[in-house]
Design a protein around this ligand. Structure first.
Ligand code: SF4
Length: 96
């Protein structure tokens, strides 16, 4: 449902017909770490995150997983190879 309180017009899971259902009944402003994120938007009452009602919580345990201004390090994929299975595979391919 679209917000009608602080972030007017933004789709929000916490908005109900009876009003904002989020803890405290209102969103919290963005934090310093949100500087540069494209999900932060300015509204009449201040700057809020369009996806997270409480940005401080998103940064409490490391980086926000929704942040658009952080460079994600590519996770190096190293596949463990079982040497016994690899030798069997190699032997099977030689038989063909
Ligand atoms: S997505 Fe994360 S970093 Fe971006 S504004 Fe929201 S809480 Fe802040």
């Amino acid at each position: 449902m679209q917000c009608v309180t602080l972030k007017k017009g933004v789709e929000c899971a916490f908005m109900t017909r009876k009003g904002c259902n989020f803890n405290g009944g209102r969103c919290h402003s963005v934090v310093d770490s949100c500087q540069g994120c494209s999900r932060a938007a300015s509204f009449e009452e201040g700057t809020f995150c369009t996806v997270a009602p409480n940005p401080a919580v998103k940064w409490a345990r490391g980086s926000c997983n929704f942040a658009t201004h952080l460079e994600r390090k590519a996770v190096e994929q190293t596949q463990k190879i079982n040497p016994l299975k690899a030798s069997k595979r190699a032997a099977a391919s030689k038989k063909k």
